[in-house]
Design a protein around this ligand. Structure first.
Ligand SMILES: [Fe+2]
Ligand SMILES: [Fe+2]
Length: 145
């Protein structure tokens, strides 16, 4: 496959995906409006917001494929100190989530356990996102840092 063909295939994939995210936004909204249950309402809100962010992420992928976007080491270096500080914050949230999870173990507090588990997975996801960015940054520097 040529680079051009690959770019076209990826863009088409992202555009199809964005349509599916639109459906997700709509159905989660519909479900939230249909129920008075605060947990279901909240879960629908989470998925709706995530779907909106996914659509923007797919758009960013499209934009980078269609333009001449490159991430430079300097751009990352400029904010890296702040990002490292933020990683500390993420680690604190993971610790708190794990502590809460431990309190809830075998207490049959299903709803709280469910919501804490969501938070834990999400905080770990934030951390992973930044760890992967650190890996990209390392790859950009000849001696790592
Ligand atoms: Fe999604
Ligand atoms: Fe977080």
């Amino acid at each position: 496959m040529s680079t051009k063909e690959l770019q076209e295939k990826l863009v088409a994939n992202m555009e199809r995906w964005q349509k599916v995210e639109d459906t997700a936004v709509k159905t989660t909204e519909d479900i939230a409006n249909k129920t008075n249950n605060p947990v279901v309402k909240h879960v629908m809100k989470i998925i709706k917001r995530d779907s909106e962010m996914h659509k923007l992420t797919q758009q960013l992928i499209i934009d980078t494929l269609q333009g001449t976007y490159t991430m430079t080491p300097d751009e990352l270096a400029d904010v890296w100190g702040s990002i490292e500080k933020h990683i500390e914050t993420e680690l604190q949230t993971i610790e708190l989530a794990k502590e809460a999870k431990a309190y809830l173990k075998d207490k049959k507090m299903t709803v709280q356990e469910y919501l804490v588990e969501y938070l834990l997975v999400d905080e770990e996801k934030h951390n992973a996102l930044l760890e992967q960015l650190a890996t990209i940054k390392k790859g950009m520097y000849p001696y790592g840092s």
